[in-house]
Design a protein around this ligand. Structure first.
Ligand code: T4K
Length: 401
C-alpha cells in the first residue's frame, strides 16, 4: 500500500462500514429466538427464572465454581460483591482498568487507592501494593486484564500478611485459566461481564462466582432488594437481577463460545504474524500453557521504532473507518473524581502511564474476517513506513473528526 492510498491523504476509506473493537458475537439465532418465544409463552420475564438458573449453572460449571449469581451487568455485580464482603475505607485497585472497577467502590463511598501494574502482565504488581496500604485499607481487587490471570499467588500472600479481603474483577476473563485452573474462584469471589462487547454476551449482564456458600446466599438476597421471603427483608438490597431474555442470549452465546474463541485465536495469530514485520509494534502474547479467550488484540507501539506514535496510528485507522481503541486511556487515576483528589505524586503510576500512552486494541471477533485483518495490517505498515509524511499531514489538520 502506498502512502497516497491512505484515506488520510485523500484515498478512499478502506472500509465503507466502521470496523469496531467489540462488535458483538452472535450465536445460533434460531436457538435464541426459540428461547425468547418460550419466555413470552411462559410469561416469566425476570426474578430468578429458569433461563437465569440454567445460565448460572453453565457458568459455574465452566469456571469450576460452587456458585454463580447472575446480575444485570458486571458493574452491579462488582458493587454487590464489594458490599456483600463488607469492604469499607480504602481498597487497592489498578488504575489500568475500565473505570467501572473503581466506580463500583466509589459508589459505595469506599475509596479506590490506585496501584501500579507489572509491565509484562499489565496486572496489579504485588510488589507495589504494600506501599499503598494504610490503617483504612480493607481489601485488594485484582483485574485479570485482557483475560490474562493476575499474579494470584503474589496477591494472596500480601492479602494474607495484612488481613485484607482479596477479590477479582474477571470481566475479561471468561474461559481463561491461571496456573492451570479456570479463573472464577481465586480470592473470595470474582465478577464476569456479559456486555455486548464481551466475547460471550447476554446483551448486558454480569455474574459473581464464588465457592463461599454464605457469600453466595447473601449476594442472591442483595440482588433482589434483600427479600428473604415474600414479605421479609433482612438486608439493604438492590435490583441487580438478570432478565430471562438476557439469560437466553447468554446461554446461546455460551453454546458457541468455543467457536468464538477459535475465531479470536486465529485473528490474534494473523495480527501477530503480519504486525511482526512492522518495527516497533508488538502484539501482546499469551502464555501458551494457559487457556485463553483471545478476546482483545492489544498492540504496544514504540513510537521511536515504529516511526509513528499510538495516537497518530489511531487517527490513520479512523480515517479508514477502522475504529481502534486506546483502552484504558488516560488511566482511571487521571479521571474524575479521582484525579482532583489525589496528591500529584500518587498520580505518577509510571508503568500505567506508559501503557496508557502506548497501547491500542484492534478489531477482532466473528465480525472481522481474515481479509479485513490483512487490510488493517497493510494500513498500519504503510503508515509506519511513511511516519514522517503521516505526522506532517496530521499536524497540518489531516486529523479525522
Ligand atoms: N471491569 C472491567 C475490567 C471492564 O472492562 C468492564 C467493562 C466492567 C468491569 C464493567 O462491565 P459491564 O458493567 O459493562 O458489564 C466498553 C463496554 O461498554 C464495557 O462493558 C467494557 N468493559 C469496556 C472495556 O468496553 P466502551 O465505553 O468502550 O463502550 P462502547 O459502547 O463505546 O462500545 C465499545 C465498542 O463496541 C464501540 O467501538 C462500538 C462497539 N459496539 C458496542 C455495542 C454496545 C458494537 O459494535 N455493538 C454494540 O452493541 O466500554
Amino acid at each position: 500500500m502506498s502512502v497516497s492510498e491512505l484515506a488520510l491523504f485523500s484515498g478512499t476509506p478502506a472500509f465503507a462500514i466502521p470496523l469496531h473493537v467489540g462488535a458483538p458475537n452472535v450465536g445460533d439465532r434460531a436457538r435464541l429466538l426459540e428461547r425468547i418465544e418460550d419466555i413470552l409463552d411462559r410469561r416469566w420475564f425476570t426474578n430468578d427464572g429458569v433461563y437465569v438458573r440454567e445460565f448460572e449453572q453453565r457458568i459455574a460449571e465452566l469456571v469450576g465454581a460452587d456458585h454463580c449469581v447472575a446480575t444485570c451487568n458486571a458493574t452491579v455485580a462488582l458493587e454487590l460483591m464489594f458490599r456483600a464482603v463488607g469492604l469499607e475505607g480504602e481498597v487497592i485497585v489498578p488504575a489500568h482498568t475500565f473505570v467501572a472497577t473503581a466506580h463500583a467502590l466509589e459508589w459505595q463511598r469506599i475509596t479506590p487507592v490506585f496501584c501500579d501494574v507489572d509491565p509484562a502482565t499489565h496486572n496489579l504488581d504485588p510488589a507495589r501494593i504494600e506501599e499503598r496500604i494504610t490503617p483504612r485499607t480493607t481489601g485488594i481487587v485484582g483485574v485479570h486484564l485482557w483475560g490474562r490471570g493476575c499474579d494470584v499467588e503474589g496477591l494472596q500472600a500480601v492479602a494474607r500478611r495484612h488481613g485484607l479481603a482479596l477479590l477479582f474483577d474477571a470481566a475479561h476473563a471468561l474461559g481463561c485459566s491461571h496456573a492451570g485452573r479456570m479463573i472464577g474462584t481465586s480470592g473470595r469471589a470474582e465478577c464476569f461481564s456479559f456486555h455486548a462487547t464481551k466475547f460471550c454476551s447476554s446483551f448486558e449482564g454480569g455474574a459473581v462466582t464464588t465457592d463461599d456458600d454464605a457469600l453466595a446466599e447473601k449476594l442472591r438476597l442483595m440482588r433482589n432488594f434483600g427479600f428473604v421471603g415474600r414479605d421479609r427483608v433482612d438486608y439493604v438490597g438492590s435490583n441487580g437481577k438478570m432478565t430471562e431474555v438476557a439469560a437466553a442470549m447468554g446461554l446461546t452465546s455460551l453454546e458457541s463460545h468455543r467457536q468464538f474463541i477459535e475465531v479470536n485465536r486465529r485473528n490474534h495469530a494473523l495480527y501477530t504474524r503480519l504486525l511482526s514485520a512492522v518495527p516497533g509494534l508488538a502484539v501482546l502474547a499469551h502464555d501458551p500453557s494457559e487457556r485463553h479467550n483471545w478476546h482483545y488484540v492489544v498492540v504496544e507501539v514504540d513510537a521511536d521504532r515504529a516511526g509513528l506514535g499510538r495516537d497518530a496510528l489511531l487517527d490513520v485507522l479512523a480515517a479508514e473507518n477502522v475504529l481502534a481503541r486506546r483502552y484504558f486511556f488516560p488511566g482511571v487515576h487521571r479521571m474524575e473524581p479521582y484525579r482532583s483528589r489525589q496528591d500529584p505524586d500518587a498520580l505518577e503510576l509510571t508503568v500505567t502511564d506508559r501503557l496508557e500512552a502506548s497501547i491500542l486494541q484492534l478489531p477482532t471477533g466473528t465480525a472481522v474476517d481474515e481479509a479485513s485483518i490483512r487490510v488493517v495490517c497493510a494500513i498500519i505498515a504503510a503508515a509506519c513506513a511513511h511516519g514522517e509524511a503521516v505526522a506532517r499531514r496530521l499536524a497540518a489538520g489531516g486529523r479525522p473528526a
